[in-house]
Design a protein around this ligand. Structure first.
Ligand code: NAP
Ligand code: ZN
Length: 348
């Protein structure tokens, strides 16, 4: 076994504290990474606090990992020691069901293994995430990281990036389309960058006026403060596509009413409580309301390659691991521009 150091949530209410544990020795198809950077996703906060009622403890969060390959198993073909590599939200799946075969491993219902909080291969422990110094992952779930980008700012692409890229591609967002991005956080700001790169007209919906200038700096064409009814009314029946990234309970009907005929609203935010949908908001415009979860391995690699080509990375605030509890407090208040990334050097 490989000794590992990280920070773990001991239970749903306590701050994260230093934690020592073990990683498995790399098997024939495994890649061992020395973690360099790990993004702080709002999901980490939901999971640390047990918002969705399935968190095991102690829990080492983190599923936006960029690291350096230090060791590979004998059958590994894609990587060699020294390569820069990434790991996102999943580390294993059944590989045999229709979803896995189609490259949508994130929807595997047989044996989807999340990067943290899922049963480990030993059948006894749980997977532990990237708020740590190393990780061992089957090469199928390890991504090649473009070398022309800042690796710290690449880390958030492994979850926030693919989660926003995937629905934009699935719904074929492109030039001539009017896109709304709801919530300018980690996911939202990358959604803006991708929608712009795909050629869409982008309007950001933010619940206060604090992020207006940032949204415009990111390249958004328009900004609407969603708490101002007159600004929302001015956008009624105007959008082709809405990407809803909000982490907290909110009125989704207010956004469905902004869609044109045949428009789509895709939910990627994951509030802890169910959302209510008013039938009239959908049937009055033949609108569709759907959800989307991260992305499979082929699409995640395609997203990273797209980012390499278009120079897309996350706006980040680099923090030492010792700052993680303050970062969680600020994330809860929406006070982050636009992703905290842990510098794993601080664990040494
Ligand atoms: P984040 O950085 O905290 O951003 C969330 C944004 O939501 C905030 O910046 C804020 O934007 C808005 N918001 C927060 N509280 C609000 C409230 N009370 N009312 C209205 N708006 C509010 O979080 P994130 O990391 O982007 O994650 C967003 C959500 O996506 C989380 O629920 C996370 O678990 C989920 N997620 C889902 C997937 C998936 O596979 N579908 C993957 C990753 C994350 P404004 O200040 O601009 O309004
Ligand atoms: Zn995430």
């Amino acid at each position: 076994m490989i000794p590992a150091r990280g920070y773990a949530a001991p239970d749903a209410r306590s701050p994260l504290t230093p934690f020592q544990f073990e990683r498995r020795d790399p098997g024939p198809r495994d890649v061992q990474l020395e973690i360099l950077y790990c993004g702080v996703c709002h999901t980490d906060l939901h999971m640390a606090r047990n918002d969705w009622s399935f968190s095991p403890y102690p829990l080492v969060p983190g599923h936006e990992i960029v690291g350096r390959v230090v060791r590979v198993g004998r059958d590994v073909k894609k990587f060699q020691p020294g390569d820069l590599a990434g790991v996102g939200t999943m580390v294993d799946s059944c590989r045999a069901c229709v979803d896995c075969k189609d490259g949508y491993e994130q929807y595997c219902k047989v044996r989807g293994v999340l990067t943290y909080g899922s049963p480990e291969q030993d059948g006894k422990s749980f997977t532990q995430g990237g708020y740590s110094d190393s990780v061992v992952v089957d090469e199928h779930f390890v991504l090649k990281v473009p070398t022309n980008l800042d690796p710290a700012a690449v880390a958030p692409l492994l979850c926030a990036g693919i989660t926003t890229y995937s629905p934009l591609r699935h719904w074929k967002v492109g030039p001539g389309q009017k896109v709304g991005v709801v919530g300018l956080g980690g996911l939202g700001h990358l959604g803006v960058k991708f929608a712009l790169a795909l050629g869409a007209h982008v309007t950001v919906f933010s619940h206060t006026d604090r992020k207006k200038q940032d949204a415009l700096r990111l390249g958004a064409h328009e900004v609407v403060v969603s708490s101002k009814p007159e600004e929302m009314a001015a956008k009624a029946n105007s959008l082709d596509f809405i990407l809803d990234t909000v982490s907290a309970a909110h009125d989704v009907n207010a956004y469905l009413g902004l869609l044109r005929r045949d428009g789509h609203l895709v939910l990627v935010g994951f509030p802890a409580k169910p959302l209510e949908v008013a039938p009239v908001a959908l049937l009055s415009r033949r609108a569709s309301f759907s959800g989307s979860g991260t992305g499979g391995l082929p699409e995640t690699q395609a997203m990273l390659d797209f980012c390499g080509k278009h120079g897309i990375v996350s706006d980040i605030e680099l923090i030492p691991i010792q700052g993680i509890n303050d970062a969680f407090d600020r994330l809860e208040k929406g006070d982050v521009k636009y992703r905290f990334v842990i510098d794993a050097k601080s664990l040494k």
